[in-house]
Design a protein around this ligand. Structure first.
Ligand SMILES: [Zn+2]
Length: 231
């Protein structure tokens, strides 16, 4: 009996211990499982978080690289635009300098004409210009860059064109047949302003040329023309 009782006790004890320990073991396992699940969930969450962060970094990196590439592209484009503008400005400066030189050239008002009469007293009266005999219709050209100041009839001078040049000198072309310029027009050296004729007080087809420095009185055209290398 004692052995049986002991056995029962043992059994009981075992049973009790089993009975008591089984839920405990189950509880531990459940807790462990929960812990494992929690850990797994945490790991998954961490992985997901890490993945998200990596993605964000990748996006940010791409954005930064994109911005850097865009910045480089803009910088290259700006440099190209600046270089083009600089080249254009340089070309413009050259063209302007050339135009300036061209505009300040002096050319003869008439080609192939015969000098027939000079500045000075003639037949008891003052002759204020040089006469160049030429056929009616010979082109008359602006001597340099200037502005046309008069186009029309003017007493004894007949049909007259006056041009005020860039240096202040004014030229008179008298006895003209026709005009091809108007008052206020800017002319360049060699521009045709009309054609020679025999209008006004004239004894034959010719150009009467007067030179008025700075809009003042007429001077002898011969030395003035020579100084410009025109005669
Ligand atoms: Zn004359």
């Amino acid at each position: 009996m004692p052995s049986a009782a002991a056995a029962a006790l043992v059994v009981t004890a075992t049973g009790a211990s089993v009975a008591e320990s089984a839920p405990l073991t189950l509880d531990l396992t459940a807790a462990q499982a929960q812990t494992a699940r929690d850990q797994a969930a945490t790991e998954v969450a961490e992985q997901a978080d890490l993945s998200t962060r990596r993605q964000q970094i990748a996006i940010q990196t791409a954005a930064l690289q994109g911005r850097a590439t865009e910045k480089k592209r803009v910088a290259r484009n700006n440099a190209r635009v600046a270089a083009a503008a600089k080249a254009k400005a340089a070309a413009l400066a050259v063209a302007e300098a050339k135009a300036e030189r061209e505009g300040k050239r002096w050319v003869s008002p008439i080609a192939g004409a015969q000098f027939t009469s000079g500045y000075g007293m003639r037949w008891g009266r003052m002759h204020y210009g040089n006469d160049f005999g030429t056929a009616v219709g010979t082109p008359l050209r602006a001597m340099s860059r200037g502005e046309v100041t008069f186009v029309g009839r003017h007493g004894n001078m007949g049909n007259l064109v006056r041009i005020k040049y860039w240096d202040g000198t004014e030229s008179y072309y008298a006895h003209m047949d026709s005009f091809s310029a108007h008052v206020g027009e800017t002319v360049m050296p060699g521009d045709i302003v009309g054609r020679s004729g025999n209008t006004g007080r004239s004894t034959g087809p010719h150009l009467h040329l007067e030179i008025h420095p700075n809009g003042g009185g007429a001077v002898n055209p011969a030395p003035w023309l020579r100084a410009k290398g025109l005669q």
